[in-house]
Write a protein that binds this ligand. Structure first.
Ligand SMILES: [Mn+2]
Length: 310
């Protein structure tokens, strides 16, 4: 499969790389890291990054403005995205050929070439594997590529703590840090917190509801977010704030947004991605997202999460 991908990259002069909406560091890291990788070996090719710019991740990379007519003469590569609904910039459909590279469970196969590895910690890890396949012995690692892929791996493994971290992950990270980028700078960008967020975390820690089964839930209403001056998106950063609680198995954050309630599910026990799928969402077995249309529906999520934990 990796060989097929390399052949297609060789064949096309113009390549457009996409990733999922509401990008996280692995989405951007794999997308922009792949661009650096392609340019390392094929500097003459046009490689463009599609999708809306995410303010908090511009320290990683900026997106490109892509005219409509570029797509039909380009190879489209979609990174870190399980289903086509979540592809950022739906013009990907106009691409002349399509490749899917992803580490989420393959719930929706798409593309003429597909490389899906749910055992990989991150899509960034997979892009480094692609690099290893193309690597010329003795050549120096591209510093910018290494920085982007390292950031993606760090974020998706929770700094190498989540069970998706394997020997391979550590080996690749070891190779990546041979490049001369600043790790402290990455950590500052990814994990620096603000006073409002710190205060909200205090609220969450005191308000979390823990059930005897080991299931836990937290409500963040619009009023609460306003009171603490934190946006729904920013609040995503504290979803693991009580993950070390003894006896905890799985938990959910309900974050009220404009038209629905965002459901952020996490687990260190039962798999929760199927539960997420039942509520218009999806993701990984241990980290998923969904949405509820009203507070009554959140009761149903709690009920099903409780059952999973029993
Ligand atoms: Mn990912």
């Amino acid at each position: 499969m990796i060989k097929d991908i390399i052949e297609k990259i060789k064949k096309w002069d113009s390549i457009i790389i996409h990733r999922h909406v509401r990008p996280d560091p692995d989405a951007i890291g794999s997308q922009a890291g792949l661009k650096k990788l392609i340019h390392e070996f094929f500097p003459e090719k046009q490689v463009l990054l599609a999708g809306e710019e995410e303010e908090s991740l511009t320290f990683m990379a900026h997106m490109d403005n892509i005219p409509d007519d570029e797509f039909k003469r380009s190879l489209v590569i979609i990174c870190d995205t399980a289903n086509t609904d979540r592809v950022d910039d739906q013009r990907y459909k106009q691409g002349a050929d399509m490749i899917k590279i992803d580490h989420h469970p393959n719930v929706e196969p798409f593309g003429t070439t597909m490389w899906v590895d749910p055992t990989a910690s991150s899509t960034s890890e997979m892009i480094f594997e692609l690099y290893l396949e193309m690597e010329i012995k003795g050549s120096k690692l591209n510093e910018e590529m290494a920085r982007l892929l390292y950031a993606g791996i760090v974020a998706d493994t929770g700094r190498f703590r989540f069970p998706n971290t394997t020997g391979k992950t550590f080996y690749y990270a070891g190779r990546l840090v041979e490049a001369n980028f600043s790790r402290p700078e990455i950590y500052d960008h990814l994990y620096e917190t603000s006073l409002p967020l710190l205060r909200l975390e205090g609220f969450v820690l005191s308000e979390v509801n823990v059930m005897p089964s080991g299931a836990a839930y937290v409500y963040l209403s619009k009023e609460t977010l306003q009171r603490f001056n934190v946006t729904s998106k920013e609040a995503a950063a504290i979803v693991n704030s009580f993950s070390t609680l003894k006896g905890l198995k799985a938990w959910v954050f309900f974050v009220e947004e404009e038209n629905d309630i965002r459901v952020r599910l996490r687990s260190k026990g039962p798999e929760i991605h199927e539960l997420a799928a039942r509520f218009n969402g999806g993701g990984h077995p241990m980290a998923s997202g969904a949405s509820a249309k009203d507070w009554a529906e959140t009761d149903e999520v709690i009920k099903q999460l409780n059952e999973l934990c029993m």
